[in-house]
Structures are given as structure tokens and as C-alpha cells.
Design a protein around this ligand. Structure first.
Ligand SMILES: *Cc1c(COP(=O)(O)O)cnc(C)c1O
Length: 388
């Protein structure tokens, strides 16, 4: 039997068959989604006024343990804000993984900053702290408590771990690095709501972090995102900046900064509140699916199912299989066989340093990312598959 047909057969033991095309990640609406959004329509409060935004922000803070959460229009806007709040400025460099969704790099570019692209590790698919340490020891120097790239002269203003597919990155290794080189950490936790590193929710390790509630994420608000921080001053500034920086007044329009229209509409937050009520159930279902996949793939040679590191809890946003080195040639036949059997499967993103707008950015050796690019496959992962 070929590897592709072995993998397909194992997937068939886990997944429903004959139900039509099974997407990579479908949203589920098992609770009060309809009731809360209907309430917005019935009361006309669908947009910038209404109770659901505050309620959603409080639910996010309660669940994650962050002191404050600020809801915005999408995860990209959330990361843009998070980077600004961490002090990233035009002309700075920001360390990001090469293996990420393009929004991570775009948010850096919106500020006029330059992505400094770093390699990933095979175990978590996140930033490789040891490799980055060796790289920074060569190219970076710390002056007056700030880190500079000796080769470009630019300040390295932030380091952005991204918790790939909900698997927590090597936070301890990366925090040690941030301390050693005086670089603030800003987590892109877009994929990681419900993921915990040693008991603490992802997104709570740096100064500020971002989440996403896009339609394909673990929970959705249609489109949406949030900023997490423990710093009240940053949180207040964030709320101000994301709501056009309007000074509070009964009738006057006075804006004291260049603000952004990044506020999450009430109707999206209504959906978010209903989803938060079901988040625990959604994650139980997704983790059950991951467990079933792990068992189904356990005895197939040449492939491993990506599991959470010891001490960490993953939301298993996207379930992932990784081909062993040397098996790269099998990838396309696996994609062919599974998609042909109506199971949506997808390869990894193209790494950031290969995209035309980021190809000249400073970077580490990218050999692991380039190898993983050819070996990673995402498989159907929605909470609807085993049900909520
Ligand atoms: C989804 C995602 C984003 C952006 O979220 P949107 O809500 O789609 O703007 C950012 N970074 C990563 C890693 C993501 O997966």
C-alpha cells in the first residue's frame, strides 16, 4: 500500500464518510449565537454602540487570565496595534518566524518596520530559540538597554513568537532570549485561544499579544481580533487608538491622536459572547479529534502527528501531520488522495522570506522552515466533526 492510501485509510477510521466535502475548519454555532445576534438586530445596536463588546472583552480577560482584552475588527489589526503599543516604530526591525500566516509580516510592515525573519524548530513548528540565539549573538548588540542589528544599524524592537496551529512555541527559551538581548516580546496568538504553556494562557508572556476570531479560527466573530495585556495604561491607550482617538464629550468631535477605526462591531461581539460560552466544549471536541488522529496515525511509518509538547495544552486548532525527511515526494500524492476523497487537506504556507515583498528582509538560515514547507499537511480539524 502507498503512504497516501495508508494515510487516507487511517483518516477514514476517524472522519465521517459520505457527508460531502469536509472543510479544514468549519465554524460551529452550538449555543446562543442566533439569539444574541438577533438581539442586536431587534434593538438596532449592530455597530459601535451596545453591551456585547464590553461583555466579550470581559469574557476574554476572564478566560485567558489577562488583565485586559480589547476587541477589534480582525487579528491583523490586533497585531498592528500590539506592535505599536510595544513601541515598534518606522524603520525598526521585528523578529518574526518565517513559518507564519502573512498577516504577521504585514502587520510589521504597516508600521514601516522591517521583518527580521527567523527559522523554526521541528518539534513545535515555532521559532527556534537556540538558532536565534546564535544568530543574534553574531548580528545584534545591546546598547543602553536596546537591541540593534549591527549589520543594518536598525533597532530590533520586538520579537514575535507565533503559536503555530495552536501548539505553544518554546516560550521559556524565547523569553530567555528576549531578556538576554533586551527585546520586548509580542505574541501573535491568533491561532492559540485555548492553548496554554505550563498552565498559563498563550499571549500572556510578553507585554502585549493578539488573538484572531476569523471564520476559520477556533472560535469566530465573523471577523474579529483582540489585544491582550496586563498593563492598564497600554489597554486604555489601545481602546483610545482603536476607536478613532476621540476625546470623550457629549457632542463634540475632538480627536487628540491619529486613531484607527478598529473597533469590533456589537453584532460581531454578540457572536463572540455566544462562542465564548461554548469555548470549553469546542476545545474538548477538538482535542478528542486530535487524540483519535494520533492513534490512527501511530503505526504508519514515515509520518508523525503533531502533538503538544510536555507541560503544554494545545487547542489543536489545525490538526497536522508531518512527513519524515526523505518523504517529501509523497506530499502531493497525499494531498491528491485526501482532497479527492472529499477531505480538505492543505500544505503549509509559503515561508515569508520567499514572498516578493519580504524576500530582501534580514533573516537567519532558513533550512528547517524550507524543509518543513515540503513536509507539513493540515487535515480536517473543526469541532463539528465529532460534535459539540
Ligand atoms: C489568522 C491569523 C492572523 C490574522 O487574523 P485575521 O483575523 O484573519 O486578520 C494573524 N496571524 C496568524 C498567525 C493567523 O493565523
Amino acid at each position: 500500500m502507498t503512504l497516501a492510501s495508508e494515510i487516507l485509510k487511517s483518516m477514514q477510521t476517524v472522519l465521517p464518510q459520505g457527508g460531502g466535502f469536509l472543510p479544514l475548519h468549519e465554524p460551529v454555532f452550538p449555543g446562543n449565537e442566533l439569539a444574541y445576534t438577533k438581539e442586536c438586530i431587534d434593538t438596532t445596536f449592530v455597530s459601535s454602540v451596545g453591551k456585547f463588546v464590553d461583555q466579550f472583552e470581559n469574557m476574554l480577560a476572564d478566560y485567558t487570565g489577562a488583565k485586559r482584552a480589547i476587541a477589534v475588527t480582525n487579528g491583523t489589526a490586533a497585531l498592528h496595534m500590539a506592535l505599536m503599543l510595544a513601541g515598534v516604530k518606522n524603520g525598526d526591525e521585528v523578529i518574526i518566524p518565517g513559518l507564519t500566516f502573512v498577516a504577521t509580516a504585514n502587520a510589521v510592515a504597516y508600521i514601516g518596520a522591517i521583518p527580521h525573519i527567523a527559522d523554526s524548530e521541528e518539534t513545535t513548528l515555532g521559532l527556534d530559540a537556540a538558532k536565534l540565539d546564535a544568530h543574534l549573538s553574531e548580528v545584534a548588540e545591546v546598547r543602553n538597554g536596546e537591541c540593534f542589528n549591527k549589520q543594518t544599524g536598525r533597532k530590533i524592537a520586538a520579537l514575535v513568537p507565533m503559536h503555530v496551529f495552536g501548539i505553544p512555541s518554546d516560550i521559556e527559551g524565547l523569553l530567555t532570549l528576549c531578556e538576554k538581548f533586551s527585546i520586548p516580546m509580542v505574541e501573535d496568538a491568533a491561532e492559540a485561544i485555548g492553548s496554554f504553556y505550563k498552565g498559563k494562557h498563550c499571549g500572556l508572556f510578553g507585554k502585549v499579544a493578539s488573538l484572531s476570531f476569523n471564520g476559520n479560527k477556533t472560535i469566530t466573530t465573523g471577523g474579529g481580533g483582540a489585544i491582550l495585556t496586563d498593563d492598564d495604561e497600554l489597554a486604555d491607550l489601545c481602546k483610545h487608538l482603536t476607536t478613532t482617538a476621540k476625546a470623550p464629550h457629549k457632542w463634540e468631535y475632538f480627536h487628540d491622536m491619529i486613531g484607527y477605526n478598529y473597533r469590533m462591531p456589537n453584532i460581531n461581539a454578540a457572536l463572540g459572547c455566544a462562542q465564548m460560552e461554548k469555548l470549553d466544549d469546542i476545545i474538548v471536541s477538538k482535542r478528542k479529534l486530535a487524540e483519535a488522529y494520533a492513534a490512527a496515525f501511530a503505526n504508519i511509518k514515515g509520518v508523525r502527528f503533531l502533538t503538544e509538547p510536555d507541560g503544554c495544552k494545545s487547542n489543536y486548532w489545525f490538526c497536522t501531520i508531518i512527513l519524515e525527511k526523505g518523504m517529501e515526494a509523497e506530499r502531493d500524492s497525499i494531498l491528491e488522495a485526501t482532497n479527492g476523497a472529499a477531505y480538505m487537506t492543505r500544505p503549509l504556507w509559503t515561508a515569508m522570506h520567499k514572498l516578493p515583498m519580504f524576500e530582501n528582509c534580514p533573516r537567519t538560515d532558513m533550512s528547517v522552515a524550507e524543509s518543513l514547507e515540503k513536509r507539513v499537511i493540515n487535515i480536517p480539524s473543526g469541532a463539528g466533526i465529532l460534535g459539540v
